[in-house]
Design a protein around this ligand. Structure first.
Ligand code: UGA
Length: 448
């Protein structure tokens, strides 16, 4: 099948490369001239494990190429739309890129047999698109329209595309199904066949539910800190119940990235527009915002007698294996620390120097963890990069200054390994670890 994929962000480019790998002849359409030039030179505009190699392989074999507009590529049998739907100041989703891409597809000389929208759009968007009289060369868009959301995660995008938990297909035209099957050829996953509106809601509800689990466990972790309980044991005990499971129950500084923050706000906004508040979802968002503030509070408490101390921040991206800092907890945390007068030394293996200069003005960037922690009274881990997990913490401890505090914003380090090295450890829901065995309550900590 000849497929055009409009929008070459991480979903669009992953889709384009994987569809080419599945045997389709793919054209990646990218309007941004700089991003397009970079793709045509074989340089990816963001980091995603395995994707550069796959893009190189597919372009070399002539199965994938990049153009600026749909009309510049060969006439497609199917168009996949994967442009951004960023957040508006109101919290709603900005659908201008979706509308512009759709207008471009509708104006193609010959209309494609199928248009598959993958962009995350608020429930009701497809329905609105289809009720306006959108015709493609005499035939209505409805006859060719599929809404099929994407569930892949940054950092493991290729695996997410190839081995999804499910494929959701929202269409009002069942005769399109053989084409959809051909598009997703080679992917073995259960299908959910439904309407476009339901498919849109599945995407938002999935992200909102995952975000809810994170905020829920963060509340439990905060209470564990108050009463001296260990959230790790609590999670173990929860996770063994098959009704609950253990995924997305890692406490810490909360969720970031281009999806959860934006999608939770967009869903709450949509519901408010319909006259129905979503107090549960609003609380999920509020709990997430508060987790970031807890880091600065912890530092202020622990370093009360050391104004202007040096603090090292290890990890800036919103999760490992990506250079993406959109809505990353590191942005407000670094800015709060600087505003409180601390000197902040940052390290991240993927985020570039120019991005650090723009997004973290005032922070000093280092190229390895050892130099970043030099002279630091506290280290804050904000991304569980493998380099942080595998670091020689005894060497890092030697380079630090009293009180040698480690704030583990991702609960990714083992306090039993760190405390014997003379480090003070603060995780989330793990209490203050002093090596005595059980975590101390907050009241006990105040006395240490
Ligand atoms: C998320 C979803 O997981 C994907 O299924 C979805 O397709 C994607 O959004 C999207 O809508 O495009 P992603 O944002 O790439 O994927 O990353 P996640 O692995 O879900 O992590 C999101 C954030 O939650 C990260 O900041 C991570 O550190 C945090 N998180 C995750 C926690 O704080 N605790 C956890 O237990 C899990």
């Amino acid at each position: 099948m000849r497929v055009s994929v409009v929008g070459q962000g991480y979903v669009g480019l992953t889709a384009a490369a994987c569809l080419a790998d599945q045997g389709h002849l793919v054209t990646g359409v990218e309007r941004d001239p700089e991003r397009l030039r970079s793709l045509q030179r074989g340089v990816l505009p963001f980091s995603e494990p395995g994707l550069p190699e796959l893009v190189f392989g597919m372009t070399t074999e002539g199965r994938l190429r990049f153009v600026r507009a749909c009309a510049e590529g060969p006439q497609p049998d199917a168009v996949v739309l994967a442009v951004g739907s960023p957040q508006l100041p109101s919290g709603g989703a900005d659908l201008r890129q979706v509308s512009a891409a759709m207008a471009e597809i509708l104006s193609l000389r010959e209309s494609p047999a199928m248009v598959v929208v993958k962009s995350t759009v608020p429930p009701g968007t497809s329905s609105r698109l289809l009720t306006t009289d959108t015709r493609m060369n005499g035939r209505s868009l409805r006859e060719r329209y599929v809404y099929s959301p994407e569930f892949l995660s940054q950092g493991s995008a290729l695996d997410g595309w190839r081995n999804p938990a499910r494929i959701v297909v929202g269409t009002e035209t069942p005769s399109l199904l053989p084409l959809v099957e051909d598009l997703y050829r080679g992917i073995d996953a259960p299908w959910v066949l439904t309407t476009p509106t339901n498919a849109e809601m599945i995407k938002y509800a999935s992200n909102a539910f995952l975000a809810t689990r994170i905020s829920f466990i963060n509340e439990i972790a905060n209470l564990c800190d108050e009463i001296g309980a260990s959230v790790d044991d609590v999670i173990r005990g929860i996770a063994l119940d098959p009704r609950l499971g253990g995924d997305f129950l890692r406490p810490g500084v909360g969720y970031g990235g281009s999806c959860f923050p934006k999608d939770t706000k967009a869903l709450a906004h949509l519901s408010n527009l319909k006259g129905r508040a979503m107090p549960l979802l609003e609380s999920v968002i509020a709990v997430n915002n508060a987790q970031r503030i807890r880091v600065t509070q912890l530092i202020d408490e622990e370093l009360a007698d050391r104004p202007g101390a040096t603090i090292a921040v290890l990890g800036l991206s919103f999760k490992p294996d990506t250079d993406d800092i959109r809505e990353a907890p590191s942005i407000p945390i670094v800015s709060d620390l600087l505003a409180s007068g601390y000197r902040v030394q940052v390290w991240d293996p993927a985020v570039s120097g120019s991005v650090v200069e723009t997004a973290y003005p005032g922070a000093v960037r280092f190229l390895n963890t050892r130099d970043a922690v030099e002279g630091a009274a506290a280290v804050i881990v904000l991304t569980e990069w493998p380099q942080v997990l595998a670091a020689d913490w005894s060497e890092l401890a030697e380079r630090m200054r009293e009180p040698r505090l480690v704030v583990d914003g991702r609960n990714c380090l083992d306090p039993n390994r760190l405390v014997p090295l003379g480090l003070r450890y603060r995780g989330f829901g793990r209490g203050l670890q002093t090596g005595a065995g059980t975590p101390l309550t907050l009241a006990e900590q105040a006395q240490t």
